[in-house]
Design a protein around this ligand. Structure first.
Ligand code: ARG
Length: 588
């Protein structure tokens, strides 16, 4: 469905044209004084300068054309030549009825369907997921779902960190502990056996030990670097060990991401582009993009217009091994070859902005990515504790994501009203859903680039701008509809009528902005815009609910219109939470 503001703008634009002015002058904006009017047009002021007339005179000419329009309830000129407009009530009701009939509440498929890869998650193999990974997962998933909802062809890729030094560290640590394993034999040619020589929980302990050891011991670090290099060069025993590490980690990661309702289409990682690296390096060399700097192979990416220094991007280290920038560039090479995307969106910690600036410049400069491929870096801020420092456990350690999820669920469990007679199973399920909403909405309602404070009490509250509040509103509407449905035969087939009161009109206007909101959230890659809308809509609905007695209303026409309006609100909110990967309980 065309956006309401567009439909109305079109009508005003036609009026401008009819009066001999350019049509673009007729575009409307949402009024910044909702107490005065719903929409406004400032075109007469702009026209005045161009056409050398008084703005008020122009405004009045437009009003004269529009006075019989059935789209507007009232139109007036104000101040020096603003045009204030209110939409016609029946038109608004018709619009909502159309939304109600539409499967996607009025959100059309995009005109230009794009192939979009969303690179998010970014978990590192052999290390457990920690809270720092939550933002990548939660924001990326929302961006993926919103893009897909608009009909784009979207591919989510976890892009595992599975090819770096951490693997070399784990390999050398295993060698210290179990030197007798056949994998360490230089001539190991054996197949890859199914049984791993370690469990996933052992692995969780092995990596931190190895990392701490290597940090304080140059020999151990050198050994880990060498193992990484040999792995990348294809040493068979190391590759077999690496596959054990990868398999165990991925199994565990799928479980944790799954509990966040985060699902990836591709489980590829840094290692998967290995097969393209030689070809890519050859291409870069042959086309004279590279040069040697202290033994390393680099590409210049600085531009004359730069105000600060952008260092060259490193393609190969002096020992010939690849690094983070190599795999990111080669992954773009691979993605272009496999999917020919129109856009790649990276949802990564904003502290990596320089890395991505270098990578993007390199692939554009060298033609690995064409002009038309849009590369977007969505850098997110840090999730902090109440002390303003990156969130830690009470003991000061890094909190595992799984523990965080459990903590927030138990906080919700305390808030559930036991007198509602939940069975133990239902109680657990409700706490899981509400807890997830607290966690995800608490994150997503913040502007992506900003740091935010993780506050369990605040996030899990049933009041205020929180996930549980949004769910509570949906549950409330479910209960209203259930009551109405069981008492009478209302089952949502009636029509929304013209509003009977101001709070109802407010709700209707808010609902009509859903498609506009989704499109804006997509264009700006800003799930927080959708959250803002959900919160506004919930507040507006609750105001409407508190000022009317829906179930006991005697005027049947009024009542059924109200039920219909409630049902549309529910549908819009349910669609919205689904886009954020949040599940609604039946009651709470
Ligand atoms: N594994 C990386 C990290 O933990 C994040 C990966 C982000 N994606 C990418 N294409 N570089 O920092």
């Amino acid at each position: 469905m065309e956006k309401l503001i567009k439909i109305l703008s079109k009508e005003v634009s036609d009026a401008f044209e009819k009066c001999g002015y350019e049509s673009y002058l007729g575009s409307l904006t949402v009024s910044d004084r909702p107490d005065l009017c719903q929409f406004q047009c400032n075109g007469a002021l702009t026209a005045a300068k161009r056409y050398k007339k008084s703005p008020l005179q122009i405004a009045n000419e437009i009003l004269n054309v529009l006075k019989d329009s059935c789209s507007f309830k009232d139109i007036s000129s104000a101040g020096p030549g603003f045009i204030n407009l209110n939409v016609n009530d029946s038109m608004l009701a018709d619009y909502l009825n159309m939304m109600n009939r539409d499967e996607k509440c009025g959100c059309d498929k995009a005109n230009n369907i794009l192939t979009i890869i969303v690179d998010y998650g970014g978990a590192n193999v052999a290390k457990p997921l920690h809270v720092g990974h939550i933002r990548a997962a939660v924001i990326g998933e929302a961006i993926k779902r919103i893009s897909r909802f608009l009909g784009h062809n979207v591919i989510g890729d976890v892009h595992l960190g599975d090819w770096g030094l951490q693997i070399g560290m784990v390999i050398t640590e295993l060698k210290r502990r179990m030197p007798g394993l056949p994998y360490f034999d230089e001539n190991y040619t054996g197949e890859y056996p199914t049984d791993a020589p370690f469990t996933i929980s052992e692995l969780e302990e092995i990596y931190p030990t190895a990392s701490a050891f290597a940090k304080n011991n140059e020999d151990a670090m050198e050994e880990a670097r060498k193992a990484t290099f040999e792995l990348q060069a294809g040493r068979k025993g190391y590759v077999a060990l690496w596959r054990h590490i990868l398999n165990g980690s991925v199994k565990d990661l799928k479980k944790v991401y799954g509990s966040l309702n985060v699902e990836f289409d591709l489980w590829l990682g840094e290692s998967d582009c290995e097969k393209y690296i030689d070809e890519m390096v050859k291409y870069l060399k042959e086309n004279n993009y590279t040069y040697e700097s202290q033994g390393a192979l680099v590409v210049d990416v600085a531009k004359e217009s730069d105000s600060s220094v952008i260092p060259p991007v490193m393609i190969l280290k002096s020992d010939g091994s690849s690094l983070y920038s190599t795999t990111d560039i080669a992954t773009i090479w691979q993605r272009v070859e496999d999917y020919n995307p129109d856009m790649i969106i990276y949802v990564v910690d904003k502290r990596q902005d320089m890395h991505f600036e270098q990578v993007f410049r390199c692939v554009k400069k060298t033609g690995i990515a064409s002009e038309n491929l849009s590369l977007e870096f969505i850098g997110f801020g840090t999730m902090n504790g109440k002390d303003g420092k990156p969130f830690k456990t009470r003991e000061g350690g890094v909190m595992k994501l799984q523990d965080l999820i459990e903590t927030i669920q138990s906080s919700v469990l305390d808030k559930l009203d036991a007198s509602k007679g939940f069975s133990e199973e239902e109680m657990g399920d409700v706490a899981r859903r509400v807890g997830l909403s607290a966690l995800k909405y608490g994150d997503l309602s913040n502007q992506v680039t900003k740091d935010y404070v993780f506050d369990i009490e605040k996030f899990s509250s049933f009041e205020g701008n929180t996930g549980p509040y949004i769910l509570y509103t949906i549950v409330r509407i479910k209960s209203i509809l259930n009551k109405a449905c069981s008492k009478e035969k209302y089952c949502g087939s009636d029509l929304i009528q013209k509003p009977y009161s101001q709070c109802e009109l407010d709700l209707m206007l808010k609902l009509s902005k859903f498609n506009e909101t989704i499109e804006f959230s997509f264009l700006t890659k800003a799930p927080n815009k959708l959250c803002e809308y959900m919160y506004d809509l919930s507040n507006t609905f609750n105001k409407f609910y508190h000022s009317n007695r829906i179930i006991s209303e005697e005027n049947q026409e009024k009542k059924s219109s109200w039920l219909c309006l409630s049902s549309l609100t529910k549908k819009v909110l349910e669609t919205s939470v689904e886009l954020l990967g949040i599940e609604v309980p039946d009651r709470m």
